[in-house]
Design a protein around this ligand. Structure first.
Ligand SMILES: Cc1cc2nc3c(=O)[nH]c(=O)nc-3n(C[C@H](O)[C@H](O)[C@H](O)COP(=O)(O)OP(=O)(O)OC[C@H]3O[C@@H](n4cnc5c(N)ncnc54)[C@H](O)[C@@H]3O)c2cc1C
Length: 324
């Protein structure tokens, strides 16, 4: 599974390529349904491989493919504290990293992270090779859910950066529609969690013989409709991301997908918890775990900005909403 995102010539199934978004969407949904933390790590791994395939050299792809085939996990570590991660030039002209990454999933066991660093010419992607046993800190990761992602901080101060580690040119990471449009992938993982919750709710209603109650049927209908709504949005977002639609439209559609999936997830979580009652909060019930993980994982960067950017794009578009 770890090699599936690699190009076929490097032993993979080409899932890095947006034209196979439909296949990747299915994988992310199914893994998300099984375990949202595992799916978060897989999504980060696929994202890192995709960025290296898109912006890296053949040699960088080959080196990463070699390590991944050997079992290495990758991930994209972009989040940082106020100090940030900097790419600085020392006396002899060598470039080194100064600072750390925060909210880095897989801290301690990702050995081929793709990190963003602020250099003299802008934000640069650096593909690192960390030695197993490197220093990391996940002691602060006391989140309600997604504990198994081992999300934490890693300090890179003093790491030497040569041309081999630098992927693409400064500014590539934020290129659109790849940067914002790629958010459909975490929506697909959320969708997997949503679908699993609805199936577990049905299981509960059947097992407890409460399914024929009209209020429970109403809840079930609301959950199925919310899950299917999320599914239509995510699959369309994946399809648009893989097409050659205009960047602004693709980004706006993904922003709206985030909004729709978040709403669906919150509806399903609330409805399932009310329909199942106290048992939905008692471990080791899977509903308890999924609600906890999904509520945490739903918190993604700048949702207000995503929503308002999408609305603004539509505001200034000439096409009607049917063609948007
Ligand atoms: C399980 C998990 C794993 C993660 N793994 C990684 C990883 O491997 N790599 C990585 O880089 N990151 C990772 N992250 C971090 C993730 O990418 C986001 O940075 C993080 O989830 C942002 O959440 P937030 O709610 O703090 O966002 P925020 O953007 O701070 O949003 C919080 C609220 O503030 C609002 N808001 C945002 N900006 C402003 C503003 N300027 N003014 C007013 N309001 C504002 C938002 O709309 C929202 O309502 C992970 C997160 C989770 C939950």
């Amino acid at each position: 599974m770890g090699t599936s995102a690699l190009p076929t010539e490097f032993g993979g199934c080409d899932l890095w390529d947006p034209q196979y978004g439909g296949e990747l969407c299915t994988m992310l949904r199914l893994i998300g349904a099984a375990d949202l933390s595992l799916a978060r790590l897989f999504e980060g791994h696929v994202n890192a491989i995709s960025l290296v395939c898109r912006y890296g050299t053949q040699q960088q792809i080959a080196d990463l493919a070699h390590d991944v085939a050997d079992g290495a996990l990758s991930g994209v570590w972009g989040a940082e504290d106020a100090r940030g991660l900097k790419l600085v030039s020392v006396n002899d002209g060598t470039l080194t990293l100064e600072g750390r990454k925060i909210l880095a999933s897989g801290a301690g066991f990702v050995t081929r992270p793709l990190v963003t660093a602020n250099g003299p010419d802008g934000q640069q992607l650096c593909l690192l090779r960390l030695k197993p046993g490197y220093d990391y800190d996940i002691s602060g990761w006391q989140a309600q859910g997604m504990r198994a992602t081992a999300t934490g901080t890693v300090d890179f101060t003093g790491t030497t950066i040569t041309a081999n580690e630098q992927v693409g040119r400064p500014g590539d990471y934020m290129q659109q529609p790849t940067f914002s449009g790629g958010a459909w992938r975490f929506c697909a993982v959320h969708l997997g969690g949503i679908e699993r919750l609805v199936d577990l709710f049905r299981q509960h209603l059947v097992a407890s013989k409460r399914g024929e109650d009209p209020y429970q049927l109403e809840r079930l209908a609301a959950c199925v409709a919310a899950a299917k709504t999320a599914r239509f949005w995510v699959e369309d977002a994946a399809r648009r991301f893989g097409s050659d639609s205009a960047a602004a439209g693709t980004v706006a559609f993904t922003h709206l997908t985030r909004m729709a999936v978040e709403r669906s997830a919150l509806t399903v979580i609330e409805t399932v918890q009310r329909g199942v009652g106290l048992r939905a909060f008692v471990r080791p019930n899977d509903i308890e775990r999924i609600c906890r993980d999904l509520s945490t994982y739903l918190r993604q960067p700048a949702p207000d900005l995503a929503m308002s950017d999408a609305a603004r794009t539509f505001l200034h578009a000439s096409a009607g909403v049917g063609e948007f």
